[in-house]
Design a protein around this ligand. Sequence first.
Ligand SMILES: Nc1nc2c(c(=O)[nH]1)N(C=O)[C@@H](CNc1ccc(C(=O)N[C@@H](CCC(=O)O)C(=O)O)cc1)CN2
Ligand SMILES: Nc1ncnc2c1ncn2[C@@H]1O[C@H](COP(=O)(O)OP(=O)(O)OP(=O)(O)O)[C@@H](O)[C@H]1O
Length: 203
Amino acid sequence: MAAPHSFPDQPPSSGDIKRTLRREVRLRRERTASDAASLCEGIARLCGSLPSATVIGGIWPLPGEPDLRPAWTALHGAGHVVALPETTPRGEPLRFRRWDPRQPMLGGRFGTSHPDGPVLVPGLVFVPLLAFDDRCHRLGYGGGYYDRTLAALPGARAVGVGFEWQRVPRLPVEPFDVPLSAVLTEKRLIPGQGVGVEDLVSG
Ligand SMILES: Nc1nc2c(c(=O)[nH]1)N(C=O)[C@@H](CNc1ccc(C(=O)N[C@@H](CCC(=O)O)C(=O)O)cc1)CN2
Ligand SMILES: Nc1ncnc2c1ncn2[C@@H]1O[C@H](COP(=O)(O)OP(=O)(O)OP(=O)(O)O)[C@@H](O)[C@H]1O
């Protein structure tokens, strides 16, 4: 890989900025005690009026991420269908599999875990993130998994989940970046451009 700052006159690329930001957020995350309960409440509120046939794509936590498992358990208990992503080989979209809390999780790529249930197509996908901005652009770990996944699910609504401290004024946007429909934080639901809150929960 080329040294990013070998020419002082050259501004950093979008990739350079994203890499620096990923490092900063991961460091800050280690020092920040975060309470996922309010995120779980927000998820419950958002999904409360969703038709039970809509498949909800959840997130199984990686170390350092908020633990949203209580939200998925509650949704499953209320009769919703929850599916969790299986991390596919690099370059492929994620595969969502039906989750049943009574079934064991299987270990997958990059330390992720997924259920063994049938593959489903989610209508509402919750999306993990390292950072987001007011236009609902998102920064992830850099695998491009969610960009590919959302590109392959054009009908699905995608809601990023993170804390207010993860908001940055403006993320660099590359051609393959897919903006989120909304971002849910511990304080509010931020709708994306041209998205109404009612659009997020309609069938
Ligand atoms: N909870 C959760 N599940 C998720 C994601 C996520 O961000 N959070 N993903 C979001 O896409 C996908 C998994 N993608 C991931 C891609 C890279 C790394 C990661 O930690 N990479 C290491 C380098 C590992 C290596 O290359 O060997 C790193 O960045 O240090 C983790 C998950 C699907 N499931
Ligand atoms: N739809 C796509 N088609 C082909 N390549 C893509 C697509 N989306 C992303 N990529 C590739 O994935 C790489 C990482 O993208 P990006 O930096 O946006 O990752 P990220 O959104 O932070 O990661 P993740 O979604 O895994 O958390 C990009 O450099 C790009 O080459």
